[in-house]
Design a protein around this ligand. Sequence first.
Ligand code: HEM
Length: 137
Amino acid sequence: MGEKEQKGPGGVRYYRLSEIEGQNTFKSTWIIIHNKIYDVTRFLEEHPGGEEVLKEQGGGNATESFEDIGHSTDARELASSMVIGELHPDDRDKIAKPVETLVTTVKQETSWTNWLIPAVVAAIVTLIYRTYIAESN
Ligand code: HEM
């Protein structure tokens, strides 16, 4: 594709998302954390959290899972020794946006029921209250 070996500032190796997604085989596992590419192939068996979790994230964005676990500074230092490059700047939106869009869509879909239910409850309460007031007068 003529896009191989792209370099960023400081000679950092840029990888396209398509190249990374291919690296999830029995031979090699790459993961993305904060737009950095980690080759965890040789680390799989040593990972205290198990090799399965790394393989699950293989070829994709593991940022959230990595942060959710709350990895120690030791773990972060260890991780930095496995960096092989960075995600190409043009591909960074691609791993971040779909998640945000999905969340927004879900929120939009539920938003009218979010106010509809309280509104209906409020209306019923008002009716009961009015009936009660009317009866006691
Ligand atoms: C280069 C990437 C990674 C490195 C170097 C790394 C390293 C480590 C280390 C050293 C620990 C021991 C606890 C600590 O020091 O914080 C650990 C625990 C753990 N890691 Fe990772 N990790 C990486 C990526 C991931 C990812 C992507 C996931 C999830 C998908 C994950 C899931 C876990 C879990 C669940 C534990 C907890 C194990 C336990 O407490 O029993 N790790 N990792």
